[in-house]
Design a protein around this ligand. Structure first.
Ligand code: ATP
Ligand code: MG
Length: 317
């Protein structure tokens, strides 16, 4: 069966990065020529999938000259796109690295206000496009104007079309989706899982119990809790497995979560089990932390780390 991957990004961005020699207030800061990257949860997942040798359709909202620029960047990367036009301009975020301290300052914008008919057009597009056995990955926060239950509506369409819905988001949108939807895979980090469980924080001792409780109370097939440098926990009704992350020289953790999700879905496309899926996901997440600047994983690093993780588990047994 040919399974397609569709990523959904409601609040994409142009990530503009530059450097400056020393940051101080009230003075003109002369920056170097910026580089531009396409960004936003689902778009990052699509770009990471490409780096892993896969293909996906990037469905996203875009408007204004920045929206056109985003399309150009993704065209250059060879990403197939389905764009829902909006009146507001696609946001652009700014990252400035101070070369004296090597600290990066990241300024994130809220994103354009999305009108009702614009976000309804996304639902219509999904209705028309989704097919049985597709993987639909929604990643990222919702921009202003889109109701908190948007992912609930997305999940309902995925269910109707028998597509598999993978969700990686936070805040109220995550709470609503988890409470009211059928989700194939949910990928919270520890903080997001704590919010889902209504607790301020989660210790290592409580994690498995809370994951089990969550699965008993929600309609979710697999819960993958990412644990940063500690790796991830896979929890389903039938299995509970920790996957350690290899220790690497960490350069930048930006995009680790999106690379992880890309690795997970590619592993599923290759017909692997949930257990292997999380191992490859952790490998890709860790691979993303190994290089400065580039926010996504590269396949060589990911494949090597995956082998390391598999060997580490064999040794343990
Ligand atoms: N410091 C690190 N060392 C090794 N691997 C890491 C590190 N940080 C993250 N990872 C890898 O990336 C995966 C996802 O990271 P994390 O749990 O931080 O996700 P997240 O909080 O959702 O990240 P994001 O901010 O990108 O959304 C981890 O499971 C792990 O494999
Ligand atoms: Mg995340």
């Amino acid at each position: 069966m040919h399974r397609r991957i569709i990523t959904l990004t409601l609040n994409p961005t142009i990530d503009k990065s530059t450097t400056v020699v020393g940051i101080s207030p009230n003075s003109k800061l002369r920056c170097t020529e910026p580089t531009y990257d396409a960004g936003g949860g689902g778009i990052n997942v699509s770009c990471a999938i490409k780096k892993l040798g896969g293909d996906s359709l990037g469905m996203y909202l875009a408007g204004g000259p920045t929206g056109n620029h985003l399309k150009q960047l993704l065209d250059k990367d060879g990403i197939e796109q389905s764009i829902i036009k909006i009146e507001g301009w696609t946001r652009d975020n700014l990252a400035v690295t101070d070369t004296v301290t090597n600290q990066q300052y990241r300024f994130g914008m809220p994103g354009p206000n999305v009108k009702k008919e614009e976000w309804e057009a996304v639902l219509k597009q999904l209705e028309d496009y989704l097919q049985e056995s597709d993987y639909l990955i929604a990643s990222g926060k919702l921009p202003p104007g889109i109701p908190d239950d948007f992912y609930v509506q997305v999940a309902a369409i995925a269910r109707k079309k028998k597509a598999r819905f993978i969700l990686d988001t936070s805040g109220e949108a995550l709470m609503k989706a988890a409470a009211h939807s059928h989700i194939y895979i949910l990928k919270p980090n520890l903080g997001e899982l704590a919010a889902l469980c209504g607790v301020p924080s989660i210790s290592a001792l409580e994690l498995e119990i809370l994951a089990k409780k969550f699965l008993a109370e929600h309609d979710c097939e697999a819960l993958v809790v990412s644990l940063g440098a500690k790796g991830a926990l896979l929890a389903t009704k039938y299995e509970m497995e920790y996957v350690p992350a290899p220790t690497v020289l960490q350069k930048s953790t930006i995009g680790a979560g999106d690379s992880m999700v890309a690795g997970m879905v590619m592993s599923l496309i290759w017909g692997k089990s949930f257990s292997d899926m999380v191992k490859y996901g952790v490998a890709c997440g860790t691979a993303a932390t190994m290089h400065e600047g580039t926010k996504l994983c590269n396949k060589d690093d990911a494949d090597k780390l995956y082998e390391w993780i598999r060997r580490a588990q064999t040794v343990k047994k």
